[in-house]
Write a protein that binds this ligand. Structure first.
Ligand code: SAH
Ligand code: SF4
Ligand code: F3S
Length: 454
């Protein structure tokens, strides 16, 4: 064990990645540095996700592996946090079978971590501290960000939509928006330190600032200063130094015309949108409580493409929601073929205890789910293959992330619409935006050459 080192394993979405950056920042403030591996760190944190059963299983797998290192290193502190911890059945299981875990906390008390950690370390006691609901948004927490040139910025927390399959509203609580001045201050500070790309985060960024005084989770009144999500984007677009703005996730039910118009007016908004559709069947969408139908979704896609013809549209789709018939699934395939997504994340429906869909008695058999899933993935790939032709020989600006994961001798980066490109180049280009000609456009990987630097 290397004293004063930490290792954080993050499961799940960008919200969790951002939370892990905060936890890392807190530990670094106390003089801790990142350990090369979890087995030799003094502090190991597992930041969990509960969105599908697989995520739960992976967590227990990693936790099981850690038991041995914990026994071998008496000073090692193992902490677990994140969305899984907001569920009583998980806490009960940890208490019964993993009582050696030193600290358990949840999504609502991350700001308390330094105090909880000090208690565990100094008193050598075990603590479980999980809050049922969120308190005030705590500003000014430290962060150890992964890249100096691109950053996640939370604009809101929680979710009020209660899609009938989804655990997130239970694990992350009600919607709370950060004040626009706090968000802008963070973006300006990032820009001053050389950050070029901002990813604005929220479970449904389109409802930013929508809560009214008196609502649970109310933070500030939109009508007081007139800032909704489109307004916020316009403000961030003006921050000198910020060259790329992305956001996720955008719920189709409140994607406004003002926001679509931002694709015409905001110079730094990337030509990309993640617009989860979940299903192409009106019946299933209704039962999922998504509050839009396929025609409304098509209309949004048309408007987005009218505002920004080259926009890349990505989505999330769930296969095998309870009661999904062959015809419902055909409707999903048809929607996918009509929208022609640039990319899509596809998921097998996973029963989440405590959600309305979990108790339905018309669950789709596993083999049917898998068969549909494979057909959907094939349809998406076919479209992606056709779409990659567009990229061949195009010269596109790429923000250089670093050495490629698959081949460390070349660099990798992303185009404005999110496509990953590998190309040869000097490490001094990392963090810069360079023009790259795509010499080989393929469905899952693109190769190119630098034609001109900033
Ligand atoms: N707030 C985001 C999604 C967050 S969860 C939104 O509404 O777009 C990310 C994705 O996980 C969802 O879009 C959905 O496709 C998928 N998902 C959520 N719950 C699921 C479940 N029980 N089974 C399978 N996939 C699920
Ligand atoms: Fe889950 Fe729906 Fe909220 Fe997204 S909008 S986090 S899918 S409940
Ligand atoms: Fe998972 Fe929680 Fe995100 S359940 S997807 S980590 S909000």
């Amino acid at each position: 064990m290397i004293p004063k080192t930490y290792y954080i394993v993050t499961f799940g979405c960008q919200m969790n990645e951002r939370d892990s950056e905060t936890l890392a920042g807190m530990l670094e403030q106390q003089g801790y540095t990142k350990a090369p591996e979890k087995k030799n760190a003094e502090v190991v944190i597992l930041n969990t996700c509960s969105v599908r059963e697989n995520a739960d299983k992976r967590f227990f797998g990693v936790l099981g592996q850690l038991k041995h290192s914990h026994e071998q290193n008496p000073g090692m502190i193992v902490a677990v946090c994140g969305c899984m911890m907001q569920q009583q059945r998980i806490i009960d299981k940890l208490k019964a079978k993993y009582s050696w875990v030193d600290l358990v906390f949840g999504t609502h008390n991350i700001s308390e971590f330094p105090r909880l950690f000090a208690n565990v370390r100094d008193e050598k006691k075990r603590y479980v501290d999980v809050w049922d609901g969120a308190g005030e948004i705590v500003e000014g927490l430290p962060a150890k960000r992964e890249y100096p040139f691109k950053a996640f910025v939370n604009i809101m927390y929680g979710c009020n939509n209660f899609c009938t399959y989804c655990i997130v509203p239970y694990t992350r609580g009600r919607e709370r928006s950060r004040r626009p001045e706090d968000i802008l201050a963070e973006v300006k500070q990032l820009a001053d330190s050389g950050c070029k790309e901002i990813m604005l985060l929220g479970q449904n960024v389109n409802s930013y600032g929508k809560l009214k005084a008196g609502d649970i989770g109310y933070c500030y009144r939109e009508e007081e200063n007139g800032v909704d999500f489109a307004g916020l984007l316009k403000m961030i677009d003006e921050v000198p130094g910020i060259e790329r703005i992305r956001f996720m996730t955008s719920h189709p039910k409140d994607l406004s015309d003002d926001l679509i118009d931002c694709y015409r007016t905001c110079r730094h908004l990337c030509k990309q949108i993640h617009l989860p559709v979940q299903s192409g069947s009106d019946k299933v969408l209704k039962e999922m409580h998504r509050i839009y139908d396929r025609e409304q979704y098509f209309a949004l896609v048309d408007k987005l493409r009218a505002a920004c013809p080259d926009i890349a549209i990505s989505t999330d789709i769930i296969v095998g929601f309870p009661g999904e018939t062959d015809q419902d699934f055909e409707d999903t395939l048809d929607l996918v073929r009509r929208v022609r997504y640039d990319s899509a994340f596809t998921f097998l429906y996973s029963v989440r205890e405590g959600t309305p869909a979990a108790v339905r008695d018309d669950q789709v058999p596993e083999d049917v789910k898998h068969e549909r899933f494979n057909r959907l993935v094939d349809a998406i790939h076919e479209i992606q293959e056709e779409k990659s032709v567009w990229y061949q020989d195009k010269v596109l600006p790429v923000l250089v992330d670093g050495p490629s994961r698959t081949n460390s001798r070349v660099l990798t980066g992303r185009t404005e619409n999110g496509r990953v490109v590998d190309f040869p180049g000097d490490k001094s280009l990392i963090g810069r935006i360079v023009n790259v000609r795509i010499t080989k456009a393929q469905t899952f990987s693109n190769y190119g050459e630098v034609v001109e630097c900033e």
